[in-house]
Design a binder for this molecule. Structure first.
Ligand code: PMP
Ligand code: GLN
Length: 381
């Protein structure tokens, strides 16, 4: 077989979840909750099914859901997207990302990603015929290195992928970074793909800075989010993309032949549930409590905690562990799963060429008892 992705294997998330299962380890690797969603959301979907919403919806998504997304984005980020022309419902953020790249990247175009970055970006850019250009985020803060981004832009640069709150670091970008990026891109035609799937998970009173909030950025951005993260339903795979009408028209040309439409009853259920802002307004407090429980527990271990400002990920440095610290992060995660009984994700999986950092990521979207059971094991390290 002449592979389109010769250097790609199975994702680290599938690999570590399988290993966790094999060893009966507590799975703090792959990012997904081990608790259920609000029964009212399940009921809303059930009602939609019973009401006969079971055939193809509009290609662009159920109107009530697009209107709800537009209203939420306007309330939170101050930009009014036209629900008919500027918002499309997708099969999760993954399909939104891939369809966006397929819609805008021409063979040989360059797309800049900021490392460490979510593992889907690189292969998706390649599938679209693009060349991946990696620029590192600033060490320690994981904020954008604006001079390095400026230096990476060439006449072939088609787009830049950004992600805040950031997977895997759990850091968020302040407004000044988005404004500076907007200024930097102003004289260029570079498009922005803004992955904001963790938009509702920000802690300690911080605010999520959406690309939608900055007019110069919004005019060139595809803003992507996912209900899977916000409503604890990662398996439903429903998300959306918002972009100015001319960009959205191109997105839809691809979307209609990629998935065409997304699960009808789930869209109706989400449309009803989205009318109540409390579930996403309450999310920061909900996850902040879990973050604090997990961090306080780890304070008694030899793992060094990195700051966590958002997302449901906590990164730690294991270089103080003695012998196991000789293991590279992927080996260390296998060892941790096998010998200690806790699965994590190596940060090295988020780099094209990993350095020698000793960093791993835990997901704390877990029941308190799951976190406590993991903490008990980790404190033996
Ligand atoms: N982007 C980031 C940064 C993510 O962490 C995830 C979660 N897997 C996705 C995109 C994909 O989201 P979805 O499950 O909605 O496809
Ligand atoms: N986004 C989730 C993570 O970073 C999982 C996604 C996946 O399994 N592909 O863990």
């Amino acid at each position: 077989i002449r592979s389109r992705l010769p250097h790609v294997g199975t994702t680290i998330f599938s690999t570590m979840s399988a290993l966790a299962q094999q060893h009966g380890a507590v799975n703090l690797g792959q990012g997904f909750p081990d608790f259920d969603c609000d029964p009212a959301l399940v009921e809303a979907v059930h009602q939609a099914m019973k009401a006969g919403h079971n055939q193809y919806p509009l290609m662009t998504g159920v109107p009530a859901l697009r209107q709800g997304i537009a209203a939420k984005m306007e309330a939170l980020y101050g930009r009014r997207y036209d629900a008919d022309r500027e918002i499309t419902v997708t099969a999760g953020a993954t399909q939104a990302l891939l369809s966006t790249l397929l819609a805008i990247v021409h063979p040989g175009d360059e797309v800049i990603v900021l490392e460490p970055c979510y593992d889907a970006y690189g292969p998706e850019i390649e599938l679209a015929g693009g060349t991946v250009v990696c620029v590192k985020l600033l060490p320690d803060t994981y904020r954008p290195d604006l001079p390095a981004i400026a230096a990476a832009i060439t006449p072939r640069t088609r787009a830049l992928v950004i992600n805040t709150p950031h997977n895997p670091s759990g850091r968020i970008w302040p407004a000044e970074d988005l404004q500076a990026l907007s200024d930097l891109l102003a004289p260029t035609s570079v498009l922005v793909i803004s992955d904001e799937v963790y938009e509702h998970m920000v802690f300690d009173g911080r605010q999520h800075e959406s690309a939608a909030r900055f007019p110069g950025l919004a005019a060139r951005s595809f803003v992507i989010s996912s209900f899977g993260k916000t409503y604890h339903v990662t398996g439903w795979k429903v998300g959306y993309v918002a972009a100015p009408a001319a960009l959205m028209a191109e997105f839809r040309k691809v979307h209609q032949f990629n998935v065409f439409t997304v699960n009808t009853p789930v869209q109706h259920g989400l449309a009803a549930y989205l009318q109540d802002p409390r579930p996403y307004r309450d999310l920061p407090a909900f996850y902040q409590r879990k973050r604090d429980l997990f961090r306080e527990g780890l304070a008694g271990s030899r793992l060094r905690l990195l700051p966590c400002e958002g997302t449901y990920f906590q990164c730690v440095d294991y270089s103080a562990l003695g012998e196991p610290s000789g293991l590279a992060p992927d080996e260390f995660c296998r060892w941790l799963t096998r010998e200690i009984g806790v699965a994590a994700i190596p940060l090295s999986a988020f780099y094209a060429e990993p350095g020698d950092d000793r960093l791993i990521r835990f997901c704390f979207a877990k029941q308190d008892e799951t976190l406590r059971s993991a903490l008990e094991k980790l404190c033996r390290l």
